[in-house]
Design a protein around this ligand. Structure first.
Ligand code: BGC
Length: 768
């Protein structure tokens, strides 16, 4: 869908009486939105228009930083303010004067209403657009439903269920005063050292595209004019998940072929299929051009080629970074010029921008049409979201929506499908009545690390930890909890001794380890935004803790709660069972309990490769054919666990792979079908995966690429015929120069339960 603007003649006549004054047409809801936008624009000065391009952090956020400083002190150069030289009282005045168009990090409904009331006092009464990082639920809002984090949700291979979670997130946002989610993050994450892996959908362009498009559909409800819709924001353009050294915002070098085949693919899919209304560039540079002034990416590719038709918001202080960090602009003013001319429509964060941009327009360095275009897109969204008609929210309505039973159920269902069983010597599911005394320990056993990043403190009664889940399910068994504290950095000798002593008394140990992305653990968290590592083993003394427990001889089940892949070969060889729970959210502990005790059969599959060692970083499944011609000599060449892998309590057998034709011509498609049988004695769900590899090509191609997946539920003994379609688009690729190529020859179609060759049936398809 295009957000089209007719060339509209401003409607200068007044239509109705409004508060004793004549009300302008743009306030008349019966007029078409395009007309209202143009009428409003015709009444705006350059400064008014630029104000719409300005976003500030919420007042409470600013106030928290400026506690104990008076306005006068701040204006006289005090450095402790949030925006140097600008007091929160000044921000209040600016809103009343119509100098701010948008806010972010408004984390209470009362504040949202208050800010809107200030904006209603401004001369043009334009409502505020309020954005928030609702990455997996509206997590910065206390009391929200926290769904599994994106890497967790991607493990479910269930875009429809994720879409539902995003739909519900939009409802919770609208009920609490926000209209715009800075999500989805559709970067391709190939480097486990990067702290933000947890907020992505992993390494595979096809899976990321499906999950990304589902996010936009859910958040925007198909159309931003629908009741309950919020704006989605596809981010970050481009490549931050594969930065030098795996550190956030570090440079990225990418050939155009790889850029288009891998990194741009989710943006193309989301834009073409779902029309996300906003987009955010990345902190980093790509091939020497910082993304915030990359006209080729923002304007030529996403707007020009893909038809992106909304507005582009800068990331936090990233326009200023063009000068301060990247040194491609001498000062902030030049940075603003480069960014707006390259395609940025809204400045995320704070002062200086408005005045500088007005000056740049007057000097002819930024065309006024750029400002018009940006302002028009922003106003259009405000009209379509219905904010001119109703900008306030009612606390009574919010109470019925936020963390509703239905939302909790979706979060639980998603967590159930997302947990990946990586090892099982037969101990799971735990036999009822077999274990009398279960030890639960480990730093992630009983706290909010289970939520993942982009979550603030949630009420204790709103979330289920692993300890809760074990207690809820452990039918009669005594559960002994040894609390080693939440802080991964602070496990003491006493903690280790206590856990080992309790293990001696127990007949089963559940040890919950991993990483900590929880935002409120601030400096102590080990994962999440700006928490990149050089090593991807268990942080601190977790390994010692685990080995001390294991040495007692008690059977050990390890549960990893983590936002990045962890290299844990010792665990995979030495424990009875290993569950990769990622960051399963509010209901995660319950889902884990259900899986441990066999109430739910695990069915998650890995959306990212788990390396054996940090030296295997970027060992993705879709590697080139020469990747292992001379592998490293000090570890096995294959990663620890491969993309698409995940065990079940039952066994699925694949047979009868068939193609409707062994030949395909440009524009045609071929049907692929396979039988999948549940060979075990319990019901289960399987994620059936289809990969395609190009046998010979003029440029090297990945050994295989995911091109389809289906989740099927099969009762014990049941067989289903599962179908996919392959079109010639699935066989084409971008060459190194960025040209789309479709080359005749043979392809191998592979269908099975993971990306590993032994798990795949194969058939040949020839492109004529
Ligand atoms: C992150 C963005 C986020 C923004 C606002 C930045 O640091 O990179 O992803 O949306 O902050 O919180």
């Amino acid at each position: 869908m295009k957000y089209a603007f007719a060339a509209v003649v401003p409607l200068m006549m007044a239509v109705q009486s409004y508060g004793g004054e004549i009300s302008p047409p743009y306030l008349d809801p019966s007029l078409p939105v395009e007309d209202r936008v143009e009428d409003l624009m015709s009444r705006m000065t350059l400064e008014d228009k630029i104000a719409q391009m300005c976003q500030y952090a919420g007042l409470e956020h600013i106030r928290a930083a400026e506690k104990e400083i008076t306005e006068e002190e701040l204006l006289n150069g005090h450095a402790r303010g949030f925006y140097k030289g600008l007091h929160s009282d000044g921000v209040v005045r600016m809103v009343q004067e119509g100098k701010i168009g948008s806010f972010l990090h408004v984390t209470t409904l009362e504040e949202a209403n208050y800010l809107q009331s200030l904006a209603e006092k401004s001369p043009l009464k334009i409502p505020l657009l309020i954005g928030i990082d609702a990455i997996h639920g509206n997590g910065l809002y206390r009391g929200s439903t926290i769904y599994p984090s994106p890497i967790t949700a991607a493990s479910s291979f269930s875009p429809e269920l994720w879409e539902k979670a995003c739909r519900q997130t939009a409802d919770e946002m609208r009920a609490t005063g926000s209209h715009w989610a800075f999500a989805p993050n559709i970067e391709i994450a190939t480097d486990a050292r990067w702290g933000r892996v947890g907020e992505t959908f992993g390494e595979d362009p096809y899976l990321v595209s499906r999950m990304g498009a589902a996010s936009v559909r859910g958040l925007q409800t198909g159309d931003i004019g629908n009741d309950g819709a919020v704006l989605a924001c596809v981010k970050h353009l481009l490549g931050g998940g594969s930065a030098n050294n795996g550190t956030n915002a570090a440079p990225v070098e990418l050939g155009e072929g790889k850029m288009r085949n891998i990194y741009l693919q989710p943006f193309k899919a989301a834009i073409e299929e779902t029309s996300p209304y906003t987009l955010m560039p990345a902190h980093n540079e790509v091939n020497g051009v910082p993304c915030h002034c990359n006209r080729w990416l923002m304007t030529d590719v996403v707007r020009g080629e893909y038809g992106f038709d909304g507005f582009i918001v800068s990331d936090w202080m990233d326009i200023e970074a063009l000068s301060r960090v990247h040194h491609v602009a001498e000062d902030n003013t030049e940075a603003f010029m480069l960014a707006v001319n390259a395609g940025i429509d809204m400045h995320m964060h704070g002062p200086e921008f408005a005045e500088a941009l007005a000056g740049l327009v007057r000097e002819g360095k930024v065309p006024e049409e750029r400002v018009d275009e940006a302002c028009r897109k922003i106003l259009y969204a405000k009209f379509r979201l219905g904010l001119f008609e109703d900008r306030y929210v009612d606390p009574a309505d919010a109470a019925g929506v936020v963390f509703s039973r239905e939302h909790q159920q979706t979060a639980l269902e998603l967590a159930r499908r997302s947990v990946v069983l990586l090892e099982n010597d037969g101990i799971l599911p735990l036999s009822p009545g077999k274990y009398e005394r279960i030890l639960v320990t480990g730093p992630n056993a009983d706290n909010q690390s289970i939520m993942g990043d982009w979550t603030f403190d949630q009420p204790r009664e709103n979330y289920h930890t692993v300890l809760d889940g074990v207690k809820e399910m452990a039918d009669g068994a005594e559960v002994d909890f040894v609390d080693v504290g939440w802080n991964l950095r602070n496990i003491s000798d006493d903690d280790i001794e206590n856990a080992a002593a309790a293990a001696r008394r127990a007949d089963l140990a559940v040890v919950v380890l991993g990483e900590d992305s929880f935002r409120e653990h601030w400096a102590d968290k080990t994962c999440g935004e700006n928490r990149c590592r050089t090593d991807i083993t268990l942080w601190g003394r977790q390994q010692e803790l685990l080995e001390a427990v294991a040495r007692t001889g008690v059977p050990v089940v390890v549960i990893l709660v983590n936002g990045r892949p962890l290299a844990v070969p010792w665990i995979s060889e030495n424990v009875s069972a290993l569950l990769e729970a990622w960051e399963p959210g509010s209901m995660g502990g319950r889902a884990i309990g259900e899986i441990l005790f066999g109430k739910v059969n695990p069915s998650g599959k890995l959306p990212i490769t788990i390396p054996r060692h940090v030296g295997q970083i970027t060992a993705t499944y879709n590697h080139k054919p020469s990747q292992y011609s001379h592998p490293a000599i000090d570890i096995p060449k294959t990663p620890l666990y491969q993309f698409g892998y995940g065990l079940s309590y039952t066994e699925f057998e694949y047979s009868g792979l068939e193609l409707s034709s062994s030949e395909i011509r440009p524009g045609e498609s071929v049907r692929v079908s396979v039988s999948v049988t549940n060979k075990g004695t319990i019901d289960g769900e399987e994620v059936v995966q289809m990969y395609v590899g190009d046998d010979f090509s003029s440029e090297t191609r990945p050994v295989k690429e995911l091109k389809g997946f289906r989740r099927v539920a099969l009762k014990a003994g049941e067989t289903a015929r599962v179908e996919f379609e392959i079109g010639t688009d699935d066989l084409s690729y971008y060459g190194s120069g960025g040209r789309l190529l479709l080359e005749p020859g043979k392809f191998t179609v592979m269908v099975g339960s993971s990306s590993m060759n032994n798990d795949l049936l194969k058939a040949k398809l020839e492109l004529k």
